[in-house]
Design a protein around this ligand. Sequence first.
Ligand code: FAD
Ligand code: NA7
Length: 488
Amino acid sequence: STVQHDYDLVVVGGGSGGLACSKEAAQLGARVLVLDYVDPSPQGSRWGLGGCCVNVGCIPKKLMHHAALLGHAVQDSKKYGWNAHVDPTIDWTTLTTVVQQHVKSLNWGHRVQLKDKQVDYQNAKGSLLDPHTVRVVSANGKEKTVTASNIVLAVGGRPKYPDIPGAMEHAITSDDLFMLEKPPGKTLVIGASYVSLECAGFLTGLGFDTTVMIRSIPLRGFDRQMADLVTDHMEGSGTRFLRQHVPSAIDKTDSGQLQVTWRDGSGQEGQGTFDTVMMAVGRFANTGTLGLDTVGVEWYSESGKVIGREENPEQSSVPHIFAIGDILHGRPELTPVAIKAGRLLAHRLFAATREHMDYDKVPTTVFTPLEYGSVGLSEEAALERFGPDQVEIYHAFYKPLEYYIPERDASQCYIKAVCKRDGDQEIVGLHFLGPNAGEVTQGFAVALRSGLTYQQLASSVGIHPTCAEEVVKMGITKRSGLDPTVTG
Ligand code: FAD
Ligand code: NA7
């Protein structure tokens, strides 16, 4: 049809995926409108343009993780001869101020880029009225409609609250933590997602008495052995754990603290008092008010996520309506995934390219105090897919050079390559626990995506002295039963 719509593309949600897609589309000559609107958290936190990653995700998280590592480095530095006489303490107000300043500079940067690239932007909430019409409600309540040839939904997700008395009222989530006015004090983090462990890890590192409540296992979906090493290391660094515990209520005491009631694995009830309780029990997709049913976009009621097509992963059941990022069912919830999917989609729509997002072997890193980088399959997943006889695991426990002088414990510094057993032994999964895991994992992930085999890895020359070289030096298989500890 030759119907003229107001826009070639309307993008609902100005986060990682939505901004990347709208900018790319505009660069390719499309007339683009992007809508971004943030509902305040139940605790009243609000923020600017850019979505989760910029405001309440990757960026503030990594900065606070780094802040915690710096404190640790000051401790280590004394052993190297630095006259650092006082034990470092964190000034929470300074930390949140500088983190928020950086976030605001990114909010501003996004605005400038949209302007430069001639993307129309509105701080407004979008929903679908009919398959080509978007209802736009601006922050001041003004309402209008726009029509679009194509619509991209990129509304991301928000933290869940468990359905227990007092949770919504008294608990914060990661949406509040990074802009918390007062230092969190004694903190309970509920849940065992990577968000939970990362936040608990840096809070411990910043000097706050921190407890994590886990109802089953840590880091569901990740390699089990690695996940257990992550929590072992945290426990050794002072984070407390309540395992097989579920919360049942949160009450405020007269002194203003929070009393948490829980049940342990044997059904026994217990209580503890905290200054801050943070929920990190997973996230739900922001699709509830989008009007998906009105236009016939299929979605899963359980997660709120949009169902993509096999042959065109971001295309919904309505051919010109697409979903990218955290709201796309069955895909990793990561910023670079949302960005890449958004860019490729813009090219398919406005430059007639055919390249699709490849969601396989997407690397990620859990920024716990000891970082965990991974790409590809966990040991469990490989054993299930190929069978125990067809999988070879190479592994190594190693000690980073930097750890010797300050006598840091390296018990959890561990690497594992999950390989097929036949032929040149294709590597199907790589797991690295150690300093700078994100930096180490990125390059190896490129190699894995290019079909890296164990033979190629083993024939590579390391960079000495690094932790990354331990990856290319791994020679002990699990099957052999030999001690995988690197010596010398
Ligand atoms: P978002 O970035 O969430 O953007 C969606 C935007 O749409 C938001 O601004 C939202 O308010 C807005 N919106 C919602 N509904 C509407 C509507 N109806 N109309 C208009 N606007 C709307 N990923 C990594 O890769 N690395 C990390 O280290 C990392 N750390 C994280 C740490 C934490 C604590 C959290 C919570 C997440 C982290 N992530 C990380 C995940 C990453 O933030 C997300 O995968 C990414 O932001 C998803 O991008 P998106 O475009 O799908 O959605
Ligand atoms: P996940 O990975 O969905 O994890 C949610 C965590 O919260 C998990 O540890 C759950 O335990 C726990 N949980 C959920 N509900 C409760 C209640 N009611 N009480 C206590 N604990 C609870 O979280 P994310 O959304 O952060 O991660 C999304 C993606 O990132 C995911 O796909 C991963 O691959 C990486 P459980 O394990 O269910 O017992």
